[in-house]
Every structure is written in C-alpha cells, then in structure tokens.
Design a protein. Structure first.
Length: 152
C-alpha cells in the first residue's frame, strides 16, 4: 500500500500525511511540483520529527511517477469527491497506490483516465470536500484494515 499526492499545495497537509504514513509504515509518492518549498517550516511543523521514519519519493512529474507505478504492477486508485463508488465498498489490494489530487484543482482529466479505479468518501449533501490529510487518513485506514497491513 502506498499514498501518492499529486502536486500538493499546502505544506501542512503534506506534513500531516507524511507523519501518518511514518506511524503506519506506508510509503509516500510526492508528484511535483509542490505549491511550496519542500523545506517549508509548516511542512516540518506538521510532520514534526517523523521525517526520519517515513519512506517517501519525490517524482519530477506525473510521467516519472507513472513509470515507477507501472514497474511495481500497482493499481492507481484515485480518491475524488466526484467519484461515485464509496471507499469502504472498494476491494483494496496490498500493492494499491491511493492517489490524492491537489487541494485546489484535484487531478486533470487526462490523469483521471489513467487510474485503475475512482472512489470517494461519502459526505452529507451540499458539502464540497474533506481536508486532504483527513481524507488520506480515512481512506488509508480502510485500505490497511481490508488488506491486514496495519502494523503489529
């Protein structure tokens, strides 16, 4: 299981996701460019002292990330507020990559079309979206539960 973040815009969200993934032993793929300097103070504040414990890869762009994902024979599962299939009803696999778009723009349609699945976290009618870090934690928790990959 992996988390992939497409062009994240808010350093605090990335820092929180890196911390979550450090605690759960889940690698992270960061698809550049980020909307902030990677050494940003808010990134470090949210990630605290967990950076030495998280396995992350920074990819120059979507093509570099996609090549790496293909070499792993991994499915790319997009989390989107516009998808119809609920995340808790999806059958995850150990090698899945959960892809999250940028906070403001999500992912372009050309990238959506390259994903192997699209799922959503159900919300009350009229609500636009959950915070990126919260969404990543919720979806990752369900995926780890289903695949039995929570740390012992």
């Amino acid at each position: 299981m992996r988390i992939a973040l497409y062009q994240p815009e808010i350093a605090g969200n990335l820092g929180t996701i890196l911390r979550t993934c450090a605690c759960l032993g889940v690698p992270v793929d960061i698809i550049e460019p980020c909307g902030f300097p990677f050494s940003d103070r808010s990134l470090k504040r949210a990630g605290m002292d967990y950076f030495d414990h998280v396995d992350y890869i920074r990819h120059a762009d979507w093509a570099a990330f996609k090549q790496t994902a293909n070499s792993r024979n991994a499915r790319i599962i997009l989390l989107s507020s516009k998808a119809e299939r609920p995340h808790h009803g999806f059958a995850y696999r150990d090698s899945d990559i959960l892809l999250f778009g940028s906070e403001g723009l999500g992912v372009p349609l050309t990238i959506q079309e390259q994903c192997d699945g699209r799922i959503t976290i159900p919300m009350k009618p009229g609500m636009r979206s959950l915070n990126l870090a919260v969404s990543a934690g919720m979806a990752l928790g369900e995926a780890l539960r289903q695949t039995g990959q929570f740390p012992e």
